[in-house]
Design a protein around this ligand. Structure first.
Ligand code: KG4
Ligand code: ZN
Length: 347
């Protein structure tokens, strides 16, 4: 069984082929970072145009590297949301065209489901597991119970975690994307140099908030403009890790009562690249007797292998879509989740 995956929901143009033996036959990703970095963030119009310019070539490359023809595919999976709508439309329409031309079923994949199921592609993770999805656009804790079965335990009530890294890096003039820059600079700083708030820490539930932390960094910079950026970056990173651990702990406490067969904690999304965060989460998971799984970085950040895999998981359950499938800017994984800022778990 071979599935082609297409991902265009943000600033990565990507195509990949996977098979049911969890083998990634090709995984091509073109980052648009250089095109967006002069603006300090992703510009939707530029992203959509770049997807149009490069997607055909990347799909051809992914098929060539996989060594298969369109006729050999069993299905075509394309991200149908959530994300920047112009980009999502480019990828979805391309996926529909290939599916129609090759006479193959289409699977309209939720990008978040791609992240959520990656640990099954990389580690064959059994359900159920806790997922921390930490990226530039999302910050959520989910219970993954099965394909299409997700319970959102918490989400951010303001900025996503990666956004907080990016905005803080901007204030510190470290460039874009900010997460890797902060981590690098923080390595030489003192995480206890500056006292920063830990938003939501100690509160019930698993929701997050990062806007106050960002504002606190701004105040520090105004009051002490000469503060070493390394110290501020390290202090910021320590505060984020502290908050994430606290939120995960609440999810673990809840799961200890409600999900007795829980085995894993999985981290996914671009911020999962952060070593300090991984270490903090690993400690909390380990203390609860759970194994932490973190897919390799290139499968944590946006890619099409995860879309192909989510498509494959859906396809083998008979979950295909018709060519009328719509592109969706918003598409929560858990349809029952309360809208922000009221979502949360009674931990
Ligand atoms: O998952 P991703 O590639 O794209 C989406 O947002 O969907 O995540 C990108 C985010 C950016 O905000 C970036 O600053 C952050 O992940 N990031 C990091 C690190 N590497 C990437 N944040 C903290 N530490 C890192 N090492
Ligand atoms: Zn993503």
């Amino acid at each position: 069984m071979h599935v082609l995956g297409i991902e265009t929901s943000c600033d990565e143009t990507a195509a990949a082929v996977v098979n049911e033996d969890r083998r990634i036959l090709s995984n091509v990703v073109l980052s648009q970072i250089d095109e967006h970095s002069p603006y300090g963030g992703v510009v939707p119009e530029i992203a959509a145009r770049a997807h149009v310019a490069h997607l055909d070539r990347l799909i051809a490359q992914a098929m060539r590297e996989a060594g298969i023809e369109y006729a050999d595919l069993d299905a075509v999976a394309a991200t149908a949301g959530p994300g920047l709508i112009g980009g999502v439309m480019v990828g979805l329409v391309t996926g529909k065209a290939i599916a129609a031309a090759a006479g193959k079923p289409l699977i309209a994949v939720n990008h978040l489901e791609g992240h959520a199921l990656t640990a099954r592609l990389t580690d064959d993770a059994a359900f159920p597991y806790l997922l921390l999805l930490v990226s530039g656009g999302h910050c959520q804790i989910l219970l993954v119970e099965g394909v299409g079965k997700y319970r959102r335990l918490g989400t951010t009530i303001d900025d996503a975690i990666g956004e907080a890294f990016d905005k803080t890096a901007k204030m510190l003039e470290l460039g874009y994307p900010g997460g890797p820059a902060i981590e690098k600079v923080a390595a030489d700083g003192d995480p206890n140099a500056v006292r920063l708030p830990r938003p939501m820490k100690g509160r019930k539930g698993c929701d997050f908030s990062f806007a106050g932390l960002k504002t606190a960094v701004l105040h520090v910079l105004k009051k002490e403009p000469d503060i070493p950026p390394a110290d501020l970056a390290a202090s910021f990173q320590a505060a984020v890790v502290d908050v994430m651990r606290d939120r995960l702990q609440n999810a673990l406490n809840w799961a200890a009562l409600e999900v007795p067969d829980l085995r894993h904690v999985v981290v996914a999304g671009g911020v999962a690249a952060n070593e300090a965060l991984r270490a903090g989460l690993q400690e909390a998971a380990g203390a609860a007797g759970l194994q932490m799984l973190a897919p390799p970085i290139e499968l944590c950040t946006d890619n099409a292998a995860m879309i192909a895999w989510a498509g494959l998981e859906r396809f083998r359950l008979g979950l295909t879509d018709d060519l009328g499938a719509e592109a969706r800017p918003r598409w929560p994984l858990d349809p029952d989740a309360a809208p922000k800022p009221f979502a949360g778990v009674r931990a």
